[in-house]
Structure formats: C-alpha cells, structure tokens
Write a protein that binds this ligand. Structure first.
Ligand code: PEP
Length: 250
C-alpha cells in the first residue's frame, strides 16, 4: 500500500513574509498526526529557512525546487544539495519541465542532480513529461520512458525517490490530462521502473501527477490505481485549494 504524497511547488512566487503567511496557514490546517497522505511544500530558496522554522512542529516536509550537482565551488547563483540538506530540506524537486525548457537542463544533467541529491540524503521528486507536440505525434510513451531511464541511470536505490508525471501542456494552462490519460502514462512509468529494478521496487514507487490539479479534479485523478498524489503548482498558493487537494488524496 503506497501512502499518497501531495507537494506544493510555489515556483518563483512570494516574498519571505508572504511565504511565511502561506506556510503558517498550511501548517495550521495540516497540523500533526496526518497519516493518510504525506504533505510537502517547496518555497523559493530565500524563504526555505524561515518556512522550515514555522512548519517544523507540523507533519509538513520542506522541499526545494532545484539544486546543483556539485557540493561546492565556482557555480555562481547555484545552491547545492548539501546546503539544502543542512538547511533541513527533506525533498528536492528535480527535472521540472520549466528547468528543462527554460534553463536547458538535459536528462543527463538531471541525472547528475538526482544522484547527488540522494547521496546527500535528500529525497527526490523526479519530474518527467511530454510536450503537446510530442503527445500529438504519438511519442508520449517513448519520451517519458527515455526521461525515466536517463534520469535514473546509475541510481541503484530508488527508495527515496518519487516520480512526478507532469505533461508540459497541462502545467499552468488549466488543461488537465484526463484521469485515463494520466493513468496510462503512470502505468507505463511503473512498468519501465519494474524493468530497470524489479516489480517489487516498482510497486513501492510513488508516482505523482502534476498539471493543473485543482480541488475539482483531484478526487478523480487520485482515485486511479497508479496515481499516488500530486505535484501542485498554482493551486498550492492558496491554503483552501491546497488543503482541498490534500483532503482529496486522503
Ligand atoms: C507544476 O509546476 O509542477 C504544476 C503542476 O503547476 P500547475 O499545478 O500550476 O499546473
């Protein structure tokens, strides 16, 4: 039985003060002793430390939105997995389509980040997803399989890893994959992981769906057998909407 996991990706939104207000509201709503679903929030880098302090008492995990694949060095503007772990982060989101598309992250780079983050004790949310063009020309499965295989290359243990299937065309667009479309890809990801590792490992792996998840579509998406929660962008910036999605996972 896999515990569902819902993580809010705040992206480049909110000052530290705004982040604290949002985090406090979510912490009060989630509280302590929530067992039906794991909950995480991923504020921007400047807010991580302060947000970590206000959610410390609650069952919410702190997540970062990215990290570098080296621990230290001449990488101006970058933040390492080691720094995030020392700050109290439990998770890091890697390979988000915005990173791949806007910042040129290839699967090879994502793979280096995955390995480094796991090595530093962080849990990883590895994002994969196809563009609208790729879906339209019928290559969704091969694109996703490629991203999973390359992202996990050389990773021997995925017990601290979650995969997030996020169709690029559904992110921030209001267009959601139907539950059947999402389930098809999730099942295919699980089969790919079973092939690389084993059916037992694949069975334990949590696969989140992300892409315009809202309170109105969360119940249906999360009721699919291979959808183990969500990575939530826009709707995670509002306590009521985010909590409605957490409740849907429960
Ligand atoms: C995301 O950025 O991970 C995401 C899923 O965004 P949204 O929910 O806004 O589509």
């Amino acid at each position: 039985m896999r515990t569902k996991i819902v993580v809010g990706n705040w992206k480049m939104n909110n000052t530290i003060a705004e982040s604290l207000e949002l985090a406090t509201g979510i912490a009060e709503a989630v509280g302590k002793g929530i067992h039906c679903c794991e909950v995480g929030i991923a504020p921007s880098f400047p807010a991580l430390h302060e947000v970590g302090k206000v959610i410390e008492w609650s069952d919410i995990s702190l997540a970062a939105q990215n990290c570098h694949y080296e621990n230290d060095g001449a990488f101006t503007g970058e933040v390492s997995a080691r720094m995030l772990a020392a700050l109290g982060c439990s998770f890091v989101i890697l390979g988000h389509s915005e990173r791949r598309q806007l910042f040129g992250e290839t699967s090879a780079i994502v793979n280096r980040k995955v390995k480094k983050a796991l090595e530093e004790g962080l849990r990883v949310i590895l994002c994969v997803g196809e563009t609208l063009h790729e879906r339209e020309i019928g290559v969704t499965e091969s694109v996703i399989t490629g991203q999973v295989v390359e992202g996990l290359d050389g990773v021997s243990d995925i017990s601290n890893l979650v995969i997030a299937y996020e169709p690029v065309w559904a992110i921030g667009t209001g267009m959601t994959a139907t539950s059947a479309q999402a389930e098809e890809v999730h099942a295919s990801i699980r089969a790919t992981v079973a092939g690389i590792y084993s059916p037992a490992v694949a069975d334990h792996l949590r696969i989140q769906y992300g892409g315009s998840v809202k309170p109105s579509n969360a119940v249906e998406l999360f009721s699919m057998p291979n959808i183990d929660g969500g990575l939530i962008g826009g709707a995670s910036l509002n306590v009521g909407d985010f909590m409605a999605i957490v409740k849907a996972a429960c």
